[in-house]
Design a protein around this ligand. Structure first.
Ligand SMILES: *[C@@H]1O[C@H](CO)[C@@H](O)[C@H](O)[C@H]1NC(C)=O
Ligand SMILES: *[C@@H]1O[C@H](CO)[C@@H](O)[C@H](O)[C@H]1NC(C)=O
Ligand SMILES: *[C@@H]1O[C@H](CO)[C@@H](O)[C@H](O)[C@H]1NC(C)=O
Ligand SMILES: *[C@@H]1O[C@H](CO)[C@@H](O)[C@H](O)[C@H]1NC(C)=O
Length: 317
């Protein structure tokens, strides 16, 4: 009958509508709290960009597993309180120079599994964790402005050379696992002067055992107690040869390390917070001085008056 013929069509149309409406229902991010911070969970929603209409106060934004392609200067402008930003597993291959200027409180940034080639020179000062694992087209990343960075992952990035990431005085842990890296030199880790954990690829120094660089690196990680996940094995050198190797660049290496140890935090003098605290401090100092002057002049007046009184008394007597 006709009805029997129609049935599958009707059913599939209804089914289609149901699935689509369910899909669009799930298009919106879930709001909530994590670690006592206001959180928007926008994970896996097939988003092409970061939504602009979320609560402006959010401190955590989870937008992993979407289809975001770039971060523009204005992309994050609506969320100045962001502290944690998760963007792993997207298609991000371009980040504009001022993209992170809008999020000056950012502490954790996950850009893992994207197509990042380079990052802006300007990164948020509080940033302490940065995930760049699985970005296989990294060309140049200079992280020097991330003064407070403690953890960096460059795992699975197809690196055949350690990139020059710059001087990072607070970096304690660097993840370089699963890269085709056969060599890391002491020169490359000297500007990471507080490093104490280095997750190394297994093939590190399996091919360059005979080099001075192997010994120099081995000596450096031992001396500064940097734990490596794979042991560094170099071939046996005579004592004389070893000393020649270790002394070649010693002065330069120590200078690089010391410059890093001495580096002071950048003072952001234009930041309104610093300006207002400085203003307050100045006001307090001025008030204290005024108060002291006033008390002193009053004391003087009092003693003058007392003296006058005494004189009067004596003349009366
Ligand atoms: C983004 O900001 C930077 C720095 O202010 C500026 O040089 C650049 O032109 C901006 N990009 C766009 C597309 O406006
Ligand atoms: C290092 O990176 C690998 C690959 O992303 C990951 O599996 C591992 O947990 C990381 N290790 C640490 C200590 O971060
Ligand atoms: C000393 O530094 C130079 C240039 O940076 C490098 O080519 C050389 O291999 C280093 N020497 C040792 C012993 O590693
Ligand atoms: C290097 O020397 C040590 C002891 O001096 C020895 O145990 C080791 O087998 C030697 N290694 C090689 C590769 O010759």
């Amino acid at each position: 009958m006709e009805l029997y013929k129609l049935d599958p069509v009707v059913v599939s149309v209804v089914w289609c509508l149901m699935v689509r409406s369910a899909g669009s229902l799930h298009q919106s991010c879930r709001m909530g709290y994590q670690f006592k911070r206001m959180t928007a969970d926008c994970k896996d929603l097939k988003l092409n960009q970061i939504p602009m209409n979320l609560n402006h106060g959010i401190e955590i934004l989870m937008a992993s597993e979407n289809r975001i392609r770039e971060l523009k200067n204005e992309t994050l402008e609506a969320y100045p309180n962001l502290e944690l930003l998760y963007l792993s597993n997207n298609f991000i291959n371009y980040v504009e120079p001022a993209a992170f200027r809008a999020v000056p409180k950012l502490e954790v940034l996950d850009l893992g599994l994207n197509g990042i080639r380079t990052l802006p020179l300007e990164l948020p000062l509080p940033l302490r964790k940065l995930y760049l694992n699985g970005n296989r087209d990294l060309e140049k990343i200079t992280l020097t402005s991330a003064y407070n960075l403690q953890y960096l992952s460059l795992a699975e990035c197809h690196l055949s050379q350690m990139p020059d990431i710059g001087e990072l005085p607070h970096l304690t842990e660097l993840n370089l696992t699963d890269n085709p890296l056969t060599k890391i030199t002491a020169r490359q880790i000297a500007p990471l002067c507080r490093l104490n954990k280095l997750h190394t690829p297994d093939i590190l120094y399996t091919q360059h055992k005979d080099s001075c660089e192997c010994h120099e690196f081995q000596h450096w990680v031992k001396k500064f107690k940097i734990a490596t996940t794979a042991p560094i094995e170099c071939s046996n050198f005579s004592e004389v040869k070893l000393e020649l190797c270790l002394s070649a660049n010693r002065t330069e290496l120590y200078e690089i390390r010391n410059t890093c140890l001495d580096r002071k935090p950048p003072l952001n003098l234009t930041s309104p917070e610093i300006l207002s605290t400085a203003g307050c401090a100045l006001l307090v100092v001025i008030l204290v001085i005024l108060c002291c002057l006033w008390r002193r002049s009053r004391r003087k007046q009092n003693t003058v008056r007392d003296n006058q009184k005494k004189q009067k008394v004596t003349t009366v007597v």
